[in-house]
Design a binder for this molecule. Structure first.
Ligand code: BES
Ligand code: MN
Ligand code: ZN
Length: 492
């Protein structure tokens, strides 16, 4: 799918179809009005007849309007002007593009007319691209017979009166973010017998080749030499060897890098503290943090942002076996701190703590880890907001700003010292689980003990990285948030 800005009057633009908005009560947007004038009132007539109410989700195709170059005009209902928000904008793009069922290859959308409070042409164009790409995404690479795809639009044009740099920039951002999200979704959706730690390492190698990134993959021996006793304790129960993947993007001659650290548990059975059977298949999504790191690097490389970023992916399986780590085992992390493992299902923090200590070597300006870390975060925030924890207010505020700009929501959670007591162990420096209560905070407090050397933030994406139920699948979040954050950092 290609994105362009089409410059000109709506009635003159050469395209297979043009989408124009109508608000509730039949109020035409400026482009709809222009078309109406060109075709001497056919659009107003459609509104008067009651065939287009302007309600959200309503649409009406009109064919062969006289005086209009495009053979198809799609009127799309935008609902009340006052309530027209970000979500209504993206819904309108998605539903109207789907309405063509592949009949139109070139589609122009007059979406710069669709005013969302506080949003500009760059935001509008970016979100046209993201919403359009969502209509074309499929997960069918493992179906023996693929559904005959009703081909979506090949070219989507944002209609603009004049040449618009913000619109062009927005389309470029939107396409790159979509590419990153699609990579994250694909990796997330792949089954755990295919998407193993070594598979993720191969994906990273391919990415490095294509985008000219530096890549290094550490194996068990090297992790042993680094004394990553905590990470290795999780990997021990599995037949699949662990991998620590390091991908480096260098877009600036100088400047300390931002390090993105992803939790890459390619399957989380719980280990000896085994999980109940219901929905256990969804624990293949426990590598969505890792997938978001790769997806963000993909977006960043495409945008050629002037910034340095290191992606670190800690990948292994969490499985029970005779060799597996047991409740009560005490391990020594790379930092030297000892950990009493009271529950082998609290494994994400055990692999991340060593990856976070390892990240010190990059002398980072900030480290952000992304992890499907706790069921408690799903209880607290559901599927709407990711949990954001940080030891640095400036970094947290930048991430919150990126969250608002991208619509990829996050909510700041506490990290007060008082919670740390819950991690006390009688036999080691700390336990890997706390006393009951505030599970998402306790997991973050555990990580905070390993991140004192740099400004750090942790995104708990347990509720936002995938959807269960009928629409089961990875969401590609938080690639939009992270990419926006890097766009902002690169331009300051
Ligand atoms: N990967 C899970 C967290 C998770 C659970 C994400 C359900 C999404 C849905 C994590 O490794 C885990 O098992 N966490 C435990 C921690 C507990 C043992 C302290 C949890 O949340 O139950
Ligand atoms: Mn677990
Ligand atoms: Zn897990």
């Amino acid at each position: 799918m290609e994105f362009i800005t089409a410059v000109g009057r709506p009635e003159a633009v050469k395209t297979d179809a043009i989408i124009v908005g109508v608000h509730a009560g039949g109020e035409l947007t400026p482009s709809a009005r222009a078309l109406d004038r060109a075709c001497s009132g056919a659009i107003n007539a459609a509104v008067k007849s009651g065939d287009m109410t302007g309600k959200r989700g309503a649409f009406l195709p009109l064919l062969g309007l006289k005086g209009v170059a495009a053979p198809r005009v799609l009127l799309t209902g935008l609902g009340s002007k006052d309530d027209f928000n970000e979500r209504a904008f993206s819904d309108a793009v998605r539903s109207s593009l789907k309405a063509f069922n592949g009949a139109a290859k070139k589609v122009a959308v007059a979406a710069l007319d669709w005013q969302v409070k506080g949003r500009d042409a760059e935001w509008q164009a970016c979100n046209v691209a993201i919403a359009a790409r969502e209509t074309a995404f499929r997960t069918d690479e493992l179906k023996s017979k693929r559904e005959p795809v009703t081909q979506g639009a090949e070219t989507v044009a944002v209609l603009s009166k004049t040449r618009s740099a913000p619109s062009e920039r927005g389309l470029r951002y939107g396409a790159a973010i979509s590419n990153g999200m699609e990579l994250a979704k694909r990796l997330g959706n792949l089954p755990p017998n295919i998407c193993t730690p070594s598979f993720l390492a191969d994906e990273a190698r391919q990415m490095a080749k294509k985008w000219k990134l530096d890549v290094e993959v550490l194996e068990t021996k090297q992790m042993e030499a680094l004394k990553m006793g905590s990470f290795l304790s999780v990997a021990r129960g599995s037949e699949q060897p662990p991998r620590l993947i390091v991908l480096k993007y260098k877009g600036a001659a100088k400047g300390a890098p931002i390090v993105l650290v992803g939790k890459g548990i390619t399957f989380d059975s719980g280990g000896i503290s085994i999980k109940p059977g219901a929905a256990m298949d969804e624990m293949k999504f426990d590598m969505c943090g890792a997938a978001s790191v790769l997806g963000t690097l993909r977006a960043l490389a495409e945008l050629k942002l002037k910034i340095n970023v290191v992606g670190v992916v800690a990948a292994c399986e969490n499985m029970p076996s005779g060799a597996a780590v047991k409740p009560g085992d005490i391990v020594t992390s790379m930092s030297g701190q000892t950990i009493e493992i009271l529950n082998t299902d609290a494994e994400g923090r055990l692999i991340l703590c060593d990856a976070l200590t390892y990240s010190e070597r990059f002398k980072p300006s900030a480290v952000i880890n992304i992890a499907t870390l706790t069921g408690a975060c799903v209880v607290a925030l559901g599927g709407v907001n990711s949990g954001l924890f940080s030891n640095d207010d400036a970094l947290a505020n930048q991430l919150m700003a990126a969250s608002r700009e991208s619509g990829d929501l996050a909510w700041r959670m506490p990290l007060d010292e008082d919670y740390q007591e819950q991690l006390k162990s009688n036999f080691a420096d700390m336990a890997n689980i706390g006393t009951p209560g505030a599970g998402a905070v306790i997991a973050a407090c555990f990580l905070a003990r390993f991140t004192k050397a740099y400004p750090w933030a942790h995104l708990d994406i347990a509720g936002t990285a995938w959807k269960g139920g009928a629409a089961k699948g990875a969401t590609g979040r938080p690639v939009p948030l992270l990419t926006q954050f890097l766009i902002d950092r690169a331009s300051r």
